[in-house]
Ligand binder design. Structure first.
Ligand SMILES: Nc1ncnc2c1ncn2[C@@H]1O[C@H](COP(=O)(O)OP(=O)(O)O)[C@@H](O)[C@H]1O
Ligand SMILES: [Mg+2]
Length: 275
């Protein structure tokens, strides 16, 4: 068997993040997971927003479990993972993620053993993060194969995205970033936002910025949220659903050529800082 085939089996990790809050990260992470799963891939979603874990609610499931139950020795990782849709599994958030960088070596190793068992089960790990530059957010992002930053037309979102890029570059030596936009009018506005950030970043830092696409502001998405439904399921032909489908295509097409650098195991090793 060629080494090419070997690396193909690794789980590719993608973080969905932002400098500023409320830009649509969780909406995007959940719907991307659905769209990717529809192409026959297996997706694991990690709710990494410890300040406001809500992916379980988005998928209309409730749980008191989180990674914390695993650390307390009460549960195995595989027991807290929830199947929320065909092809989509969820690691629920809660405060468990928050305490990861503060875990004991013993706890980290225990969790690593559990995670090693999942390698190869999933094609993608999608991480929904909290916004900003807190240590735990930086950890999750720096451990992912692809850091995808969400921008919106709010001027603060561009500046905060730049701040996030800058600290990930200087503290974690991240040099590649992907950009997607949300809540925009059209592609023209999206490209303008991308250029604003990439010009600033590439002028001041030695980094490479990639444009992934955009999701328009969509009233039917608001409507779906009010009904506690995910737009890709509630209204697959809506402008935002079609945009999310294009986005997932772009993200996964890229992955055909750019291999995962380490898969699930390396992702968690980096988070937990154990070799
Ligand atoms: N493309 C869009 N069009 C209209 N409303 C949106 C869109 N994307 C997100 N929203 C709304 O924005 C709010 C914040 O979204 P959310 O995914 O929770 O953001 P975050 O995870 O970044 O805090 C939600 O009420 C959601 O319904
Ligand atoms: Mg969120």
């Amino acid at each position: 068997m060629s080494s090419y085939q070997d690396t193909r089996k690794l789980t590719r990790t993608i973080s969905i993040t932002s400098g500023k809050g409320g830009v649509g990260k969780s909406t995007i992470a959940a719907n991307l997971a659905l769209q990717i799963a529809q192409t026959g891939k297996r997706v694991l979603l990690l709710d990494g927003d410890f300040t406001m874990a809500n992916l379980d609610i988005m998928f209309s499931v409730r749980t008191n479990d989180s990674v914390e139950s695993v650390l307390l020795g009460a549960k195995e990782l595989k027991d807290i993972i929830m199947n929320v849709h065909p092809g989509v599994d969820l690691i629920p958030g809660g405060s468990g993620i928050y305490s990861m960088s503060r875990m004991s070596v013993f706890q980290k190793r225990f969790l690593m053993d559990q995670i090693a068992k999942l390698e190869g089960v999933y094609d993608y790990l999608i991480i929904d993060t909290a916004p900003g530059i807190d240590e735990d957010v930086l950890y999750l992002n720096s451990s992912a194969d692809e850091v995808s930053i969400v921008l919106t037309p709010d001027p603060a979102s561009v500046l905060d995205a730049y701040a996030l890029i800058k600290v990930l570059n200087s503290h974690y030596k991240e040099v590649r970033f992907s950009i997607l936009t949300n809540l925009v009018k059209d592609e023209k506005e999206s490209i303008r936002l991308f250029k604003a950030v990439s010009d600033m970043a590439e002028e001041n830092l030695l980094i490479h910025m990639k444009y992934l696409g955009f999701i328009p502001y969509d009233l039917s998405l608001r409507h779906a949220v009010k009904q506690r439904k995910l737009i890709s399921l509630a209204s697959p032909k809506s402008a935002s659903s079609l945009a999310l489908a294009r986005l997932s295509k772009n993200m996964t097409a890229v992955n055909e050529t750019v291999q995962s650098t380490g898969g699930l195991k390396v992702f968690w090793q980096q988070i937990l800082n154990v070799a």
